[in-house]
Every structure is written in structure tokens, then in C-alpha cells.
Design a protein around this ligand. Structure first.
Ligand code: F6R
Ligand code: ZN
Length: 194
């Protein structure tokens, strides 16, 4: 195999800020505002009020570093704290289009829950806290939830061909919901799971 820079990427050291999730240099960035996530939350009335009263806040943002012609790319997701009617802010959640490709989530700061679900409906959770590196096996849906009062920042590493399949989770939801309690969170069954 040649190390010709035309056919293979060169080594690079990328700075990641573990508190803000900033990635430098970065090749891409997007934000998700609360109004884009209505389908996720159970209490639609509380949702509509929250969007209006909070001025449609950024709920999470994703920054990536994607080298050309590489079998790996990585980046950060920064999730802001908050809840809608007691249900913590969460990501959309997805399977990968490529069913043979998993992912790694390494939490840098904040507290959360990684909600995982296999195709045949097995649920698993992994606590997200600084120092925990979560292995997401191929073909497990994954959604992260910020259960803390600070931003939840994690680094993810994946194959750039993995792709996102949002359809199934959007249509039927996930089997579990993560609800705020007086001193933490509770995992409950999703009564609207289709
Ligand atoms: C990529 C991956 C993460 C998420 C990000 C936002 O495979 O798992 O980069 O894409 O945390 O979550 P979603 O994409 O579910 O809105
Ligand atoms: Zn993923």
C-alpha cells in the first residue's frame, strides 16, 4: 500500500475541547434546534410551549473532522441541558445504513444516558460520564440523552460510509424514555412505541 498523499490521507492531530466540544480544524458542523425535534417528545403541549418560551434553543450540535479517503472519521456532539415536560433533551437517534458498522462514543464532560436498541427490540443503556467509552455494536440504534445540568460532550468515531437511518426510530420511537426525577432520572417504557 502506498503512502502517496493523493491516495491515502496523512496523519493529523485534531484539537478537541472537552468542555465546549469545539473541534479544530473541523470539516463540518450543524446545529439542531428544539423545534426540529417535535416527534421525539411525548408531551406535545409542553413541547410547543417550551419552543416558544425558550425561543427555540439549540438542543445539540455536531462538529466533525472527516479526512478524505479515510475509513474513519470522528467529531463531537455537544448536547445542552434541558427537558420537555420532564423528558430530557435527546438526539434523534438512528441505526446506521450500513448494518455491519458500529461506533464508539467517548464522553468528555457532562452526564447522560446512551440508549441502545437492537433490531429485535432489546434495550440497553450505558451511563455517559467523563472517561466512559461506549461501544455501539453494528445494527444497534443509538440515542444520547443529557440527564445532567451541564452540557454533555462526547467524541464519536465511526466509518464515514456508515450513514444514518433515522426513519425507523422517527416512525416508531424507542422502547424507553428517560424522565427527570427529583434527584436524577428514571427509565420508563414508552407508551407510544409503535
Ligand atoms: C454518527 C453518530 C453521532 C450522531 C450525533 C447526533 O453516527 O452517531 O455523530 O449523529 O450524536 O445524533 P443524531 O444523528 O441521532 O441526531
Ligand atoms: Zn451513529
Amino acid at each position: 500500500m502506498s503512502t502517496d498523499p493523493v491516495s491515502t490521507p496523512l496523519p493529523a492531530g485534531i484539537e478537541i475541547n472537552s468542555v465546549t466540544g469545539a473541534v479544530h480544524p473541523a470539516t463540518g458542523h450543524y446545529v439542531k434546534r428544539l423545534s426540529e425535534l417535535r416527534a421525539l417528545f411525548q408531551d406535545k403541549d409542553a413541547f410547543d410551549i417550551a419552543v416558544q418560551e425558550r425561543d427555540d434553543p439549540v438542543t445539540y450540535e455536531v462538529v466533525e473532522y472527516r479526512p478524505d479517503r479515510s475509513d474513519l472519521f470522528f467529531g463531537t456532539t455537544t448536547m445542552y441541558p434541558g427537558h420537555v415536560g420532564g423528558e430530557f433533551y435527546m438526539t434523534r437517534g438512528h441505526f446506521h445504513e450500513r448494518r455491519d458498522m458500529g461506533e464508539v462514543y467517548y464522553t468528555q464532560s457532562g452526564l447522560g444516558i446512551l440508549l441502545l436498541e437492537s433490531r429485535d427490540g432489546i434495550s440497553r443503556i450505558i451511563e455517559m460520564k467523563p472517561g466512559v467509552c461506549a461501544f455501539i455494536p453494528p445494527d444497534w440504534a443509538h440515542r444520547s440523552v443529557n440527564t445532567g445540568s451541564e452540557p454533555l460532550v462526547f467524541v464519536w468515531v465511526c466509518n464515514p460510509n456508515a450513514g444514518h437511518d433515522y426513519g425507523d426510530i422517527l416512525k416508531r420511537g424507542m422502547r424507553k424514555r428517560i424522565i427527570k426525577t427529583k434527584d436524577g432520572f428514571n427509565i420508563i417504557d414508552n407508551i407510544t412505541y409503535a
